[in-house]
Design a protein around this ligand. Structure first.
Ligand SMILES: [Zn+2]
Length: 113
């Protein structure tokens, strides 16, 4: 499962940060997961629980924020909302779109103690 290895790399980052910034517990992890990132948030939550067990983030609360997927439409010259990567422009139907957001996959905030 892709989400499981993702959680393992998150834990790796947390451990690294813990060493650098000398904290011993993670209370909250806020992840930014774009709708185009290909990550299943249910699977991510499940993987998080499994992977964090016995770690510094065992009791951490997981928050997932999903930014809207947007693309720049060349003919319209504006940012338009999309729901899939290869969606046409909702305004003009053009496929000359360049995804500007929605592919995010990163730790947005950490609360530690
Ligand atoms: Zn357009």
């Amino acid at each position: 499962m892709h989400e499981m290895s993702l959680c393992e790399s998150i834990l790796g980052i947390l451990n690294e940060q813990a060493e650098k910034e000398a904290f011993s517990r993670v209370d909250r992890v806020c992840l930014e997961v774009g709708p185009l990132s290909g990550v299943e948030t249910d699977a991510l939550r499940f993987g998080f629980d499994v992977v964090m067990r016995g770690s510094i983030a065992e009791t951490a609360r997981l928050e997932i924020v999903t930014p809207p997927a947007m693309a720049w439409c060349l003919p319209c010259g504006v940012n338009v909302p999309i729901s899939e990567r290869f969606d046409p422009c909702p305004e003009c139907g053009s496929h000359q779109l360049q995804v500007t957001s929605g592919e995010e996959l990163r730790i947005k905030e950490l609360e530690v103690s």
